[in-house]
Design a protein around this ligand. Structure first.
Ligand SMILES: [Zn+2]
Length: 216
């Protein structure tokens, strides 16, 4: 499943994910990638193990109130909510993303942003933004650079830019120094998850004028 993924998350991101210090949008990116990538999942589990070891080695424990155990056991006895079964055949969105769109790819509420490209901003808290991008086959996203960090992961189809070719599960990590023009493969429409920690800077006038309205 994951042996075709060439572009992975950084150790820094996986460690921050294990520590629980990422903004929600980046958390979503990591959990979505981990659901497709055995290699990064193994690394993330080793970082989790480090956290567990640190917890065990703590000499000091903090007492909880007397009723905490009984109350927790009562909650378990009353039955924890059972996760909704996933619809069969929903293969584009991994389960962490299905929760954000209330279904799968057919439930995404796309907004056109020009040249056939569409986006759907996902509801996340924190300063970072998560969005799904739809790029029609053979279409280029306007040339842009970045004020902060942008992570883009392919969910369907593939795209190429000045850096490389990216297919399902691959993550491109772009920073302030990267100018790129991602172009969807001609063989099919491309759907990506993109997270940013600052607004993108568009180099051409029109997209820049529209930027405040599109929140990109
Ligand atoms: Zn990976």
């Amino acid at each position: 499943m994951s042996n075709k993924i060439k572009h992975h998350l950084t150790d820094d991101l996986l460690m921050a994910y294990a520590a629980g210090t990422l903004p929600e949008a980046f958390d979503l990116m990591v959990s979505t990638h981990l659901s497709l990538c055995n290699q990064c999942r193994a690394l993330a589990e080793s970082f989790d193990a480090v956290g567990g070891y640190v917890l065990e080695k703590q000499d000091e424990t903090v007492a909880m109130n007397d009723k905490a155990l009984a109350e927790t056991m009562a909650l378990i006895a009353n039955g924890a909510p059972i996760a909704k079964p996933r619809r069969p055949g929903c293969s584009v969105l991994p389960s962490p993303l299905q929760d954000y769109v209330g279904g799968d790819v057919n439930d995404i509420r796309w907004r056109p942003i020009g040249m056939g490209v569409k986006q759907a901003i996902l509801p996340t808290t924190g300063d970072a933004t998560a969005r799904l991008l739809f790029i029609p086959a053979g279409t280029a996203v306007p040339d842009h650079s970045h004020n902060g960090v942008e992570l883009t992961m392919v969910l369907q189809g593939a795209f190429s830019d000045e850096v490389d070719h990216f297919a399902r599960g691959d993550v491109e990590i772009a920073d302030e120094d990267l100018h790129h023009t991602p172009t969807a493969d001609i063989t099919g429409d491309c759907i990506c998850l993109a997270v940013t920690d600052a607004p993108l800077k568009f180099n051409k006038l029109m997209p820049r004028l529209f930027q405040p309205f599109l929140r990109i």
